[in-house]
Design a binder for this molecule. Structure first.
Ligand code: 48H
Length: 250
């Protein structure tokens, strides 16, 4: 029966992929723009990396554009990045505009082409810690979290974990609730300030744990920026720079 061969192909392929991802250089939590860009830059440098995304659709806030008008805006400094990824864009006055479905799918396509594994429908429900350092993520199925089922998770080891979970900073919050870290909360809209803030503050918040994208604003009390995504791209790039420097030093 051919149907059984189809089932076998899926099981073998998925379990090989997951088994091979049990020990990573970098685990990124959340497949939003900052996590996708960080993974793309790191995968190009042959860093062993996986993204865990609790929804079954990687792309985070990109798809929705601005109030569901599916276009996103980027600063003109990002033109070279768009060209590198063969992303189509246009100018409206001084800003670049990109169709959000094209942008999301291009980031997903390029990072996975370079070797990033994206585990969608998998939620990070906790972190692993040793010697006061974050050393991995604790995963479960996204629907298990959504339905509140009592199902124990499994652990993935990672030299670095990136909180790319957007507005709620879900990974950082796991340390905050244990009294291991303090955080502020996101400030009101100011696109110009926010775009600089998010890049400047991107980095390590706790040994082994880095924070990217909107989670940076939540952790350090930075303003939000609405549907402009240059800061998210640059924050992802900054994560890759920091981790590459550390990996090279080792
Ligand atoms: C697995 C998880 C978990 C978890 C959440 O919000 P995102 O798009 O992330 P960023 O920071 O790269 O981009 C932010 C941008 O989209 C945005 O919202 C902007 C610019 N807003 C400005 C404004 O003013 O509003 O994506 C985060 C992803 C999502 O896909 C979540 O499903 C996922 O993380 N996620 N995945 N385990 N515990 N928590």
């Amino acid at each position: 029966m051919k149907d059984i061969l189809i089932s076998k192909a899926i099981l073998e392929s998925f379990f090989n992929k997951l088994r091979d991802s049990l020990e990573l250089d970098v685990a990124i939590v959340g497949a939003g723009p900052s996590g996708l860009v960080a993974s793309y830059e790191l995968a190009k440098k042959k860093v062993k990396i996986a993204i865990f995304e609790e929804r079954n659709t990687p792309g985070g806030g990109i798809w929705g554009g601005g109030i569901m008008f599916n276009e996103v805006v980027l600063e003109k400094e990002l033109e070279d990045f768009l060209k590198e990824l063969d992303i189509k864009y246009k100018y409206v006055e001084d800003y670049i505009v990109v169709d959000s479905t094209h942008f999301a799918s291009a980031l997903i396509y390029h990072t996975t082409t370079w070797g990033t594994r994206i585990f969608n429908s998998i939620s990070v429900e906790d972190i692993a810690m040793q010697n006061n350092r974050v050393c991995g993520v604790v995963i479960n199925w996204g629907p298990v979290k959504k339905l509140g089922l009592h199902v124990d998770p499994i652990t993935i080891k990672a030299s670095y974990v990136v909180d790319g979970t957007g507005h709620p900073a879900n990974v950082v919050s796991l340390l905050v609730k244990r009294g291991l870290l303090e955080k502020k909360t996101e400030f009101p809209m100011n696109a110009e300030e926010a775009e600089k803030f998010v890049v400047e503050k991107t980095g390590e918040v706790f040994p082994g744990l880095l924070v990217s994208g909107m989670a940076v604003c939540e952790v350090y009390g930075g303003p939000r920026m609405g549907p402009i995504f240059g800061g998210m791209v640059l924050s992802g790039r900054r994560i890759a720079e920091i981790i590459t420097e550390r990996v090279n030093k080792r």
